[in-house]
Design a protein around this ligand. Structure first.
Ligand code: F6P
Length: 511
């Protein structure tokens, strides 16, 4: 980036004293109007950020310089954008009603969902399915969980209640078995690769449990297990009947996969219409992303703000704070989306880059966060970009309270407060972004999630990295496998590991 003149101008801009002074920045009477954006169900207010129109223009030029427009078209036109795996990234085709993938995707999901809901498909105990357990982790878990929670406020409102088994933990799986009616439960092994150890171990634990129960008689027409995967052969080898496998394409990234058959639990819980509305909302955002100029383009602006803070102002964290319990899983979903996609130190040519990429993303339900870590936002030495996310809904008593709290936090962070006793004062001048959704509808959620997906893609293009691979995650898994094998073969002394790690393994094996 050193040779990029705009990059250098942005560095100069970030050094201007006034750019980090919200009181000064608000001297511009046009500020609020020029930094708020509305599209369909989303209202975005960037005006509480350390930004002015000159910085915004420069950032838009940076996006132009990175050929972001062409890169966006490349993704939508199914060009190879995942250069590591030599694949396109086709998640957007699943929400485009004009694309052939749209119909085949929903048809596969809806056909199976109909068979399950109508009682045509029976569990291996010959009983109708009244519950679903999704066994999956990462992208095969976070997206479906987030949407199921958002669209079925209470489990009792679900058409078919969905439970989730993600990490390997005897205490969790045993607790799950106690909360469900195993004989009427369909266990859905969701795994793109069908080789994720955690998921396969949980699947085996379930199978073992099923086999211990009298009357377990799986056959062609009754099964308590199903699979959603891009690796159909592995699912078949594991004994899942072909009719109970929902495939999806390798070109759909795990963390971008909730729109695919991975969204099957959403359909069971929230219904077919809501799933269509979800895709429809995402499609609206897709069209917006392709068509709008960068200075009006919500996902691009979100990406540019992230780049501004990360690469020029020098802030390294990012807080996601939904003020609605139904969006409580949004921070985790965004964490994977951002940190797995953009946690890279190599550009697409494999060269080590000289600038930081992903910020450390964290967050939680806003109300709970207020009573946990907001103190550090108000009086801590650092500042960090924050997304306050609220839902405008008039039919709920708690909504106004939540929204007033959300609004108050943004105002308090910005305004601060002087006190006679200086230790009680808050310095203010802390930035934040406010994002309001019109309602907790499937359409709004589709827009919100697609917005963050496109924000990540825009970041990756400007940072010149591949956001569709995650080779780093593999290293820890490989070492864990290695340790397990050496322990089983009693060959630990052959392992070339550091003294700390060896001592830890000993602690575990000698207990
Ligand atoms: O965390 C690594 C990862 O590969 C994620 O990218 C993915 O979402 C998750 O594991 C689960 O993978 P799979 O769907 O193949 O089981």
């Amino acid at each position: 980036m050193q040779n990029n003149p705009i990059w250098n101008q942005l560095h100069q801009k970030a050094k201007q004293a006034d750019i980090k002074n919200l009181e000064q920045l608000w001297q511009n009477p046009e500020r609020h109007q020029s930094l708020t954006f509305e599209f369909e169900d989303l209202y975005l207010d960037l005006s509480k950020n350390w930004i002015d129109s000159e910085a915004k223009n420069l950032l838009c030029q940076l996006a132009e310089h990175a050929n972001l427009k062409d890169a966006i078209e490349d993704m939508f036109n199914e060009q190879i954008v995942n250069t590591t795996d030599q694949l396109p990234a086709t998640h957007t085709t699943l929400r485009d009603p004009h694309h052939k993938n749209y119909q085949s995707n929903i048809q596969a999901i809806f056909d199976l969902a109909d068979l399950v809901s109508s009682g045509t498909i029976k569990t291996a105990f010959g009983k109708p399915v009244t519950q679903l357990v999704n066994i999956g982790i990462g992208g095969s878990y976070l997206g479906p969980r987030l949407v199921v929670e958002a669209l079925t406020e209470l489990q009792s409102e679900s058409h078919i209640p969905v439970f989730f088994a993600a990490s390997v933990d005897d205490s969790l799986i045993n607790q799950l078995f106690k909360s469900i009616d195993i004989e009427q439960c369909l266990f859905c092994i969701s795994s793109k690769s069908f080789s994720t150890v955690e998921t396969l171990m949980n699947a085996r634990a379930v199978e073992k449990k099923l086999k211990q129960i009298a009357g377990y008689l799986p056959n062609e027409s009754q099964s308590s297990l199903m699979a959603i995967t891009a690796n159909k052969n592995r699912a078949l080898e594991a004994g899942i009947p072909a009719s109970m496998i929902l495939p999806f394409d390798e070109s759909i990234g795990g963390r971008f996969s909730l729109w695919s058959t991975i969204g099957f639990p959403i359909v069971l819980a929230a219904g077919k219409e809501k799933f269509k509305e979800l895709l429809g909302g995402a499609y609206l955002m897709d069209v917006h992303y392709r068509k709008q100029p960068f200075n009006q383009n919500i996902p691009v602006l979100m990406a540019l703000m992230t780049i501004w803070y990360r690469n020029f102002i020098g802030l390294d964290a990012y807080g996601c704070l939904p003020y609605d319990a139904r969006l409580r899983s949004l921070p985790k979903w965004l964490q994977q989306l951002m940190m797995e996609s953009a946690g890279k130190m190599h550009n697409i040519k494999g060269e080590v880059i000289s600038y930081p990429t992903t910020p450390w993303v964290f967050g939680d339900h806003g109300q709970l966060s207020q009573h946990a870590f907001f103190q550090a936002f108000h009086q801590g030495v650092d500042a960090l970009p924050l997304d306050f996310i609220g839902v405008l809904e008039k039919d709920s008593n708690s909504q106004d309270f939540l929204l007033f709290n959300l609004i108050a936090q943004g105002a308090a962070l910005m305004q601060g407060k002087e006190e006679d006793h200086s230790m009680k004062g808050c310095p203010g001048n802390k930035p934040s972004t406010t994002l309001l959704l019109k309602s907790m509808s499937a359409k709004s959620i589709g827009q919100l999630l697609a917005m963050y997906e496109h924000m990540i893609y825009s970041l990756a293009v400007i940072w010149n990295i591949n956001c569709f691979d995650q080779p780093g995650v593999e290293l820890g898994k490989a070492i864990a496998r290695d340790i397990q094998e050496h322990v089983e073969n009693n060959t630990l002394n052959e392992m070339a590991l550091d003294p700390s790690t060896m001592a830890l393994i000993k602690k575990v094996t000698e207990q």
